[in-house]
Write a protein that binds this ligand. Structure first.
Ligand code: TXA
Ligand code: MG
Length: 316
C-alpha cells in the first residue's frame, strides 16, 4: 500500500473523507496526538486499525464525533456528561458512557463492552474531517503498538508508512498527550490522566472523582485503561482450536467449515476480527458451550487468538 500525504485543504479533506467512507485508514491530526481513523460503523475498517498498528489484542477504541449532539446518537447521555461536554468540548476529554441501543457501531470498537468512549476533538482539521465525513470515527493513536504516540505527520510516517491509506497533515499536535478519560457509566471516575486535570473536572462536575484503582471504582466502571479487566467474557464455556465440535457445542467457524456461525467463510482475518465480538455474543445467547475453529496465528489473527484465549479463560 502506498500512503498518500494529504494537506489539510479542501482537496485533502475530501480525499481523506472518501478514504474513510470506503473503509480505509487515515491518520488525522488532533490537538492531543495523531489518531489512526476509520469509520466506526464498518467492522472491517476498524479491524484494519488493529492490523496496521500490529496491536496484539483488541482494546476498546475512542470514537470521535463532531459534536455533543452526535455523541448522543451512540451513548446514553446524563447530567455529568452534559456538564463536562459543556465545559471541555470540543477538547482533549473523553467520556465513557453506556452504549445506546441502535448505535450502529462495530462491536470491535468497544471490544464487546457495553460502554463507549467518545470524544469531540478541538483540532480544526479533525473537526473539518468529521464534518466532511459526517459520521463517527474510531481512532487510537497512530503509532505501531508499543511505540510512542505521534504528534507530527512525520512521526506517523515513521511507523505507519505503507500501512495506512493516507496521512492528513495538520502540523504539530498542540498537547502531545492523550486525552483525559472520565468514566461516567457509574460514579464519575478518572480512568486516564491527561492535560485536563482532576481539579478542573471536579470543578465542572461539582463532585469528587473516584480513582480507577479503588476496588469500588473498578467494579463500577469495569475498566482501567491499559489493563482492561472486563473484556466481554461469555457465559458459555469456550473451547479453542476445535476441528470437530461435539453435538452439544455451537461451533464458531473460520474458513470453509460447517459451523453454527462463521467468522469468515473465505478465511479473511480482517472479516473475522470484525465479526468476532458480535458472533461470540450471538452464540452465547443460544448455547452453553462454544467451540471455535483454529484461527491462524498471523497478522491480526494474533489479536483474534489473544481475545479468544481470554474468552476461554476468563471466568469472573
Ligand atoms: O487523545 C486521545 O484520546 C487519542 C486521540 C487520537 O484522540 N486517542 C487515544 O485512543 O488515545 P486510544 O485508543 O489509544 O486510547 C483508548 C483508551 C484506552 O486506554 C482504553 O482503555 C480507553 O480509551 N477506553 C476506550 N473505551 C473504553 C471503555 N468503554 N471503557 C473504559 N475505557 C475505555
Ligand atoms: Mg495509544
Amino acid at each position: 500500500m502506498k500512503t498518500r500525504k494529504l494537506t489539510s485543504d479542501a482537496n485533502g479533506l475530501a480525499a481523506a473523507s472518501a478514504i474513510l467512507a470506503k473503509g480505509g485508514l487515515v491518520a488525522m491530526p488532533t490537538e492531543t496526538v495523531y489518531g489512526l481513523a476509520a469509520d466506526a460503523r464498518q467492522g472491517e475498517a476498524v479491524a484494519s486499525i488493529y492490523a496496521a498498528k500490529g496491536r496484539p489484542s483488541f482494546n476498546p477504541l475512542i470514537v470521535h464525533v463532531v459534536s455533543a449532539d452526535e455523541a448522543q446518537r451512540y451513548v446514553v447521555w446524563n447530567d455529568a456528561a452534559a456538564s463536562l461536554a459543556a465545559a471541555f468540548w470540543p477538547g482533549p476529554l473523553t467520556l465513557v458512557l453506556p452504549l445506546r441501543e441502535g448505535h450502529g457501531l462495530s462491536s470491535l470498537v468497544t471490544a464487546g463492552l457495553e460502554t463507549l468512549a467518545v470524544r469531540c476533538p478541538a483540532h480544526p482539521v479533525a473537526q473539518a474531517l468529521l464534518q466532511a465525513f459526517n459520521g463517527p470515527v474510531a481512532a487510537p493513536s497512530a503509532n505501531l503498538s508499543g511505540k510512542i504516540s505521534p504528534t507530527r505527520a512525520a512521526h506517523v510516517l515513521d511507523g505507519m508508512e505503507g500501512r495506512v491509506d493516507a496521512v492528513l497533515d495538520g502540523g504539530a499536535a498542540e498537547i502531545g498527550l492523550e486525552s483525559t478519560i472520565i468514566g461516567l457509566a457509574a460514579a464519575p471516575t478518572l480512568l486516564r490522566h491527561g492535560s485536563i486535570t482532576r481539579a478542573q473536572i471536579e470543578a465542572a462536575l461539582g463532585e469528587t472523582l473516584q480513582e480507577a484503582t479503588t476496588p469500588a471504582a473498578v467494579t463500577a466502571q469495569v475498566t482501567a485503561p491499559g489493563q482492561l479487566s472486563s473484556h466481554y467474557a461469555p457465559d458459555a464455556s469456550v473451547r479453542l482450536d476445535v476441528t470437530d465440535a461435539l453435538p452439544d457445542e455451537a461451533l464458531l467457524g473460520f474458513g470453509n467449515v460447517p459451523c453454527t456461525l462463521n467468522l469468515s467463510p473465505a478465511g479473511d482475518l480482517r472479516e473475522a476480527a470484525a465479526n468476532l465480538f458480535d458472533m461470540l455474543r450471538q452464540l452465547d445467547a443460544r448455547a452453553d458451550k462454544i467451540a471455535v475453529s483454529p484461527v491462524p496465528e498471523t497478522g491480526i489473527g494474533i489479536a483474534i487468538n489473544d481475545r479468544l484465549k481470554r474468552a476461554a479463560a476468563d471466568r469472573p
